[in-house]
Design a binder for this molecule. Sequence first.
Ligand SMILES: [Zn+2]
Ligand SMILES: [Zn+2]
Length: 251
Amino acid sequence: MVQYDYDKCVCATIVSAYLIKKYKKSLYVTLLRVNRLANNPFNDFNNGFQMQLILYYEMHYRLDASKSKYRYYLLNNCLNSLLGSQIQEHRTVLSSYLKKISKAQKKVTLKKTSIFRCSDCDRYLFSNINVIRDQRYGFLECDRIFIEPRKWMIQSLVNAAQDPEESTVHELCCDNCDIRLGEFDIVRKFGCICLLHKNFEDYLAFKINKLCVKRVEKVDQIKSLFMKLWDTIDSCIESIQLRIETLDFGF
Ligand SMILES: [Zn+2]
Ligand SMILES: [Zn+2]
């Protein structure tokens, strides 16, 4: 028997989460079964709780940042919070989002195939994991790169809070060398009609100019590491040879 004193919606969500995990069935199947047996059917979910339960099942009952659906869920919450808060509070909202995503990233392996660095100072900015695009069109390219919010953007958010201009579009700058990398618009967001972005318009708030970043593929990273290792081995061999020659002189 399940009793609730205050919020029927919360109660139904907790019980459903328990049943979903215990019987390893989706929310839809769980609700069908429960409502067949219950006197008082569970139908009072709000959309937020419903989405969390769907994700809970799809992520196998744990937080999993490798699931893009979960990343978009967090991003959507973050953008709504930014929209609903004072511009001076944006820094706190962004920090809270970053904490959540970092927690969800801890226990999973993310497939990082490429990273992006500032073209001016080489600072690491983001990886393919943070890029918002329709994954079904992997080979397509667009002039613009849209990404999730990153920690280095905090300075740009602070600057925007001090900006007397009324515009909703603000500069997105590298926090290391201050070069302009793109712009952000939390209120209106940026539309893009290409296949990669047309279904993701709600998430296109942080835009990067392709020419302002350097893309490094994983293969290139490995090559560069190998070259460094090779250089080190080479200089070790050289110094050993030098040492042997010096020893020869001693005789
Ligand atoms: Zn830079
Ligand atoms: Zn596009």
